[in-house]
Design a protein. Structure first.
Length: 455
């Protein structure tokens, strides 16, 4: 760490405990021109703005690598402005947004449309508050051209729905998957559930009984699909990322293939347990892949502790409470999560289930490694100053009333947590401070090393 008594910075974060690649220790952070310029003892340095982080922990900016912000499409549930508002209020500095909008993000023009909306270009587009990138959805129509689409500016890669989707974005057949894998060069992300098996089990859905969701979408639906996906990826020699792992049985399969496969875990699959949650919260906890039982969650936690999971994402996907109250299976799958990820996981840190360093690895360092983010994901000199500051001792209650998502709720309403984000800093500017947005519409597109010309 550096010591400098003479420099001047735009911003100094003073007196906090820094958590980064060097470990955890007391240090100041100096920011200049949007970049981290110094880490160390800056007691005698000056700055235009100083954040007092005494008693707080200073982390690399948290990134949520799976959200659904619904725009364009059913924006009465969520949109880019409100979704990103929730992100920064929750301490999240950036998101990767999914392609199953209406119309789908499956062409260059629709990717550009989302980037324009995120930048606030055009009427009725307010712009996003956090940094962002967008997935291109794999379809049978574009499967042979994904290698061109995946390197467009602002694209974090290709997303393929092997199950749980309809229309153009569903690619469940072997031929379609081979075409996708043959076309891509970057790591592609997959929703891995076996469509044929789930279709054969739909008759197991019991009207009004959400506990039957795990009968329709059983563990084998996920295991069979993930085994098949890995086998096909290995045949094509292509890198893959498997989203929202929900079964303990998949953990050893993924662990045996880490040379090719990265994977994601959700707070929901670690924090909500069936069948009790279905009985108490009904449609509010319906998602794909499903919430499963406590014993299964313990197997997923072991995967976290063993380092099998590379990243933590939320699969933030709001629906209105009216929609969620429809009797199963008419109720839609998906729930909000981007605003509650940091406090939920800090609460697990307070309980000793995960270390703070492992949380940082899964929400910052891991995202940078998996996707090759340029200038992001690390709290280090020379990197962009995307920073999340947290109070590990703050005791708060998560409430529906505080949620920014347009649907206005969270499955964690009433849950007490220990740990809370106090500041969200993006490109060296304080965007959120003490639960208030103080600088709006500050988001910019992420850049990726594999998208540079000549790569």
């Amino acid at each position: 760490m550096l010591t400098d008594r003479n420099q001047t910075f735009d911003l100094i974060i003073r007196g906090g405990t820094v958590v980064n690649q060097s470990g955890t220790g007391r240090a100041d952070v100096g920011v200049r021109d949007g970049n981290i310029a110094a880490i160390g003892d800056l007691a005698h340095a000056s700055a235009g703005e100083v954040v007092d982080a005494t008693g707080l922990h200073v982390l690399p900016g948290v990134i949520d690598s799976q959200v659904h912000f619904r725009e364009p499409g059913p924006t009465y549930k969520e949109n880019l402005e409100t979704g990103s508002r929730g992100a920064v209020l929750g301490g999240v500095t950036g998101v990767f947004e999914m392609p199953n909008t209406n119309p789908t993000t499956s062409t260059a023009s629709m990717l550009q449309d989302k980037l324009d909306r995120a930048a606030g270009r055009g009427p009725d587009h307010d712009g996003m508050h956090c940094n962002h990138a967008f997935y291109v959805g794999g379809t049978h129509a574009n499967a042979d051209h994904l290698g061109e689409l995946e390197v467009l500016p602002g694209c974090c890669g290709v997303k393929v729905f092997m199950g749980a989707s309809t229309g153009d974005l569903l690619i469940a057949d072997d031929d379609g998957l081979r075409r996708v894998l043959n076309s891509i060069n970057r790591r592609a992300s997959f929703h891995s559930e076996d469509e044929d098996r789930m279709a054969s089990r739909r008759h197991l859905a019991r009207e009004g009984d959400w506990t039957s969701h795990t009968d329709v979408r059983d563990k084998q639906s996920a295991v069979i699909s993930t085994e098949r996906l890995i086998r096909m990826a290995r045949e094509a020699n292509k890198r893959i990322h498997v989203l929202h792992i929900s079964t303990a049985e998949e953990v050893p399969i993924l662990a045996a293939n880490k040379d090719l496969v990265t994977c994601e875990i959700l707070p929901n699959h670690l924090s909500i347990y069936g069948p009790e949650a279905y009985e108490q919260l009904e449609g509010r906890v319906q998602q794909n892949p499903p919430i499963r039982d406590y014993e299964n969650a313990q197997g997923l936690w072991e995967g976290v502790r063993q380092g099998v999971f590379d990243v933590l994402g939320t699969d933030h996907a709001p629906h209105t409470l009216e929609e969620k109250s429809r009797p199963y299976p008419a109720s839609p799958s998906g729930m909000p999560g981007v605003q509650t990820m940091v406090p939920l996981m800090l609460d697990w840190v307070s309980k000793g289930a995960i270390t703070l360093e492992r949380f940082v690895d899964m929400t910052s360092h891991g995202v940078q490694r998996v996707w090759g983010l340029v200038g992001k994901g690390r709290l280090a000199v020379g990197y962009d100053a995307d920073i999340t500051i947290v109070d590990l001792k703050a005791v708060r209650t998560i409430r529906d009333a505080d949620q920014a998502n347009r649907s206005g709720w969270t499955p964690y309403d009433g849950r007490d947590v220990t740990g809370w984000a106090t500041h969200t800093i993006i490109d060296g500017r304080v965007v959120m401070q003490e639960d208030e947005i103080v600088l709006a519409h500050s988001g910019k597109p992420y850049r990726f090393a594999e998208c540079y010309p000549g790569r």
